[in-house]
Write a protein that binds this ligand. Structure first.
Ligand SMILES: *Cc1c(COP(=O)(O)O)cnc(C)c1O
Length: 418
């Protein structure tokens, strides 16, 4: 069973000070995930997790990551600024972007971030607007075709149609870009690939590692270029549904080690430093939305109207994503009522849960919507003039700190000219 990381007693206290709805993050959980990923790759000297800022772009969260030895992965000017303000420097910052504005590239260059080029044109564009190519550069590979994974227990499963995926470049383009970088005097080369999102298999990273490690060997044999780092990207998922299994990141690290020893070491690439840029796995389970039931409505279905909506959590509306719900104080009651849990937006897809079996609800019930610590608040928007909520941090000592205040109507009007 999924259990919230706070007790009902704790939450009742928190809501007296901070009105619902809000996002709540668990410092202890975030630190635990940082330590687990670092342990899983401790066999690789220089390993670094670059937390994907887009998942939870809050400085208080990013500083926790920094204290645990993580870097960041950024994709835009403002994410770069956020990284800078949090004290991340140089190769602690990855810049992995697409369709990139010139000023973003200039900022990434000024911060000495590792630039991850998405295609040959991005390199030309960078050279034109920055004036030169960087001394350290990474290339993003898209192997094309259909990416399937042979899961140990479930057989082959299609994970993604890579030809439809807008990210990364072909193998020929990788070779041409490395050649260009070499001629321009590049000193440190890297490779990156991202093949699937939210995977629930310990076999995903090792399978991806084999693809990108083999490419590194081919690059060495063909061009005489030895990459010094390889970025395994994001994509390790979390069990949103109560019956799904968690990834075992120690097993994942061991699977990647095996691929490393079988492919890179014999090719003379035993010094390659690995990095990851996980977002979801790092924080999703260490965040939840706390919301209250405000209205109950019975028509053709039973509706529970809560004070959160798709502006707080877009994933159900966007992807039909499942987020588990716990009704605080009713954990032991039978889930014998079926509700659509809805928000107040004038859009019928503003449903945080559809046909969900829950205990009987009453106005005032506190609901915890699980696993919203990544791609939750950050996807928020202002449709219908609805305002973004607060973000709170449950600290390791049990106290709560507001790490982002809720928006007010003044924030909504701040960008308008009358
Ligand atoms: C979104 C993203 C990530 C993080 O992905 P998760 O699925 O959250 O782990 C990592 N790298 C890049 C380039 C991304 O766009």
């Amino acid at each position: 069973m999924k259990k919230p990381f706070v007790t009902e007693e704790q939450l009742q206290k928190i809501v007296q000070e901070y009105p619902t709805p809000f996002h709540l993050y668990d410092e202890a959980g975030i630190r635990r995930h940082c330590r687990m990923i670092n342990e899983a790759f401790s066999w690789n000297p220089g390993f670094r997790e670059h937390f994907a800022v887009k998942a939870t772009p809050n400085p208080s969260i990013l500083r926790i990551m920094k204290e645990e030895g993580c870097g960041v992965d950024t994709a835009s000017l403002t994410e770069l600024m956020l990284a800078e303000k949090c004290g991340f420097k140089n190769e602690e910052i990855f810049f992995t972007s697409i369709d990139t504005p010139a000023e973003d590239f200039r900022k990434a260059y000024d911060l000495h971030a590792i630039i991850n080029f998405d295609d040959p044109d991005a390199m030309n564009f960078f050279e034109k607007h920055v004036g030169k190519l960087p001394k350290t550069a990474c290339l993003r590979y898209n192997p094309g075709g259909v990416f399937t994974l042979n899961k140990s227990h479930e057989g082959f499963q299609v994970m993604g149609q890579l030809e439809e995926n807008k990210f990364g470049m072909t193998k020929d383009q990788i070779f041409a870009c490395f050649q260009r970088l070499k001629e321009a005097g590049c000193e440190n080369y890297g490779l990156h690939t991202f093949l699937a999102s939210n995977t629930l298999s310990d076999d995903y990273y090792p399978a991806l590692a084999r693809i990108i490690f083999s490419l590194a060997v081919e690059v060495k044999e063909t061009l005489g270029i030895s990459v010094s780092f390889i970025n395994l990207s994001g994509g390790i998922g979390v069990p949103y549904k109560p019956d799904e299994r968690s990834n075992n990141v120690l097993a994942i690290g061991a699977g990647v080690k095996k691929a490393y020893e079988e492919i890179l070491v014999p090719a003379g690439l035993g010094n390659v430093r690995l990095c990851t840029e996980l977002g979801r796995w790092m924080t999703a389970e260490s965040g939840c939305i706390v919301t209250k039931v405000v209205h109950l409505k019975d028509t053709y279905r039973h509706y529970a109207g809560v004070d959160a909506n798709a502006c707080n959590l877009m994933r159900p509306a966007m992807y039909g994503a499942y987020h588990h719900i716990t009704v605080m104080g009713k954990e032991d009651q039978p889930c014998d009522h079926v509700y659509d849990v809805i928000g107040d937006l004038c859009e019928n897809n503003d449903k945080l849960a559809i046909q969900r079996s829950l205990p009987e609800l009453e106005p005032g019930d506190l609901l915890v919507i699980h696993d919203t610590g990544a791609h939750g608040f950050s996807m928020g928007y202002n449709y219908n003039g609805r305002l973004r909520s607060a973000e709170l941090l449950l600290k390791e000592d049990g106290t709560v700190k507001m790490i982002r205040r809720p928006e007010t109507p003044d924030d909504y009007f701040a960008t308008l000219n009358f």
